[in-house]
Design a protein around this ligand. Structure first.
Ligand SMILES: Cc1ncc(COP(=O)(O)O)c(C=O)c1O
Length: 390
């Protein structure tokens, strides 16, 4: 089947965060601003997902959801066939989004005052969640070599205080789409074992690899760490269904699972029934949509990288996955406020890099999951906005 990702959708005024929150977040009411911030796609969901939702409507029942067995099998089968992890369906749990599952893991394995490690710059909600729960964020700064992020575990080892309980690993990495190698994941697993830390692997972007690139789940790269591993993931990014707020938590070790289960049971909530229908339709029936969207995103990324890299003083991180491009404007010597103002004046709204913690200054994160013509218009605007510097 072919899919038309070029067709613009009319999303303003439809309770779409990236459009309808621009005014609150960026302070502009201009309806012409191109949103390149919130991490979802300006594309309709896969037909099988829409059909599954229609079936729920036809059923006409909106009460609590029960019996996760089909979704458990769909998740396990997807991991096995797409990513090579032969995980027991009995390991799968459901949360109200990945960030909420992140909170469940922190509640299980840390107490207020404990420290939680993140590799910065990284997805901003990690910081918020850790701090809101009274834990302390410890940033381990990613270093850049040859335009790629690398972890510096020696520096992290030297900085440990003994209060650290959990390592938050974003794989693939957001921003910049880095696919961590098997060796890197093994080294991180060994680091966690050495320091008795829980390894929380956020694999929400696993299905957004560019064609020809393989994602390696942490459990596959480092099976030796299963007794301290919790995986958080979702269909939400790969299939553009984030509004369903249905996260997946996989704990392959029985002891880990028992502990997390206690926290989940204390919440006394059942999965979102529409989210469960979506998870099944995505993983059981939408592989070809996923392949098509990945190819489209890869081409958007190729064009964006090529064009943006021609702007003097601007460099773009080479991505292997995701649609969240990490662009370095620091050579221009502008303040972060000026950098953002220039973009907003040009009617383009990316995320300021400072949202992603240390290492984010002088950067912007651009969401490239939009119809190509819209993306090209955004690039034209950025070129003009920075033209006076050339
Ligand atoms: C790494 C990462 N984790 C989690 C999330 C959010 O997950 P959810 O909306 O399911 O809470 C995002 C969204 O961009 C993300 O990039």
């Amino acid at each position: 089947m072919t899919y038309d990702f070029d067709k613009p959708l009319s999303l303003r005024g439809k309770h779409v965060s990236k459009y309808d929150s621009i005014s609150r977040v960026y302070g502009t009411d201009d309806p012409d601003v191109i949103p390149m911030w919130v991490a979802d796609m300006d594309f309709p969901a896969a037909p099988a997902i829409l059909a599954a939702l229609q079936a729920e409507i036809d059923l006409g029942y909106m009460g609590y959801f029960g019996d996760n067995a089909r979704a458990d099998r769909a998740v396990a089968n997807w991991y096995k066939t797409r990513h090579g992890w032969d995980v027991d369906p009995g390991c799968v749990r459901y949360t109200h989004g990945v960030v909420s599952g992140f909170g469940d893991v922190l509640a299980t394995y840390s107490a207020p005052g404990d420290a939680v490690i993140v590799f910065s710059p990284v997805y901003h909600a990690f910081y918020r969640q850790i701090e809101n729960m009274g834990r302390k964020v410890v940033e381990s700064h990613l270093v850049q070599r040859d335009g790629q992020f690398y972890m510096d575990l020696d520096a992290l080892q030297a900085a440990l205080t003994g209060r650290e309980k959990v390592v938050t690993f974003c794989s693939p990495h957001n921003p910049g789409g880095r696919i961590w190698s098997v060796d890197e994941i093994k080294e991180l697993a060994a680091f966690c074992a050495r320091n008795d830390l829980i390894l929380l692997s956020d694999e929400i972007h696993m299905d957004l690899t560019f064609p020809g690139v393989s994602f390696v789940p942490t459990a596959v790269a480092a099976p030796e760490c299963l007794d301290r591993l919790v995986v958080l993931t979702a269909a939400s990014k790969g299939f553009n269904v984030a509004g369903a707020e249905t996260g997946l938590l996989l704990a392959p070790d029985a002891m880990v699972r028992a502990k997390v289960d206690k926290v989940i049971a204390d919440r006394e909530s059942s999965p979102n029934r529409f989210g469960m229908a979506i998870v099944c339709a995505a993983f059981e029936e939408s592989a070809d949509w996923s392949d098509a969207v990945r190819a489209y995103l890869a081409e958007n990324n190729r064009i964006f990288t090529e064009r943006m890299s021609l702007i003097p003083g601007v460099s773009v991180m080479e991505m292997q996955s995701t649609y969240l491009s990490w662009v370095d404007f620091s050579a221009l010597g502008m303040s972060d406020a000026e950098l953002l103002k220039r973009h907003i004046d040009a009617k383009v709204a990316p995320n300021p890099g400072t949202q992603f913690g240390t290492g984010g200054a002088g950067h912007m994160r651009f969401n490239l999951a939009l119809p190509r013509a819209t993306m090209l218009e955004a690039i034209d605007r950025i070129e003009r906005a920075f033209g006076d510097l050339q």
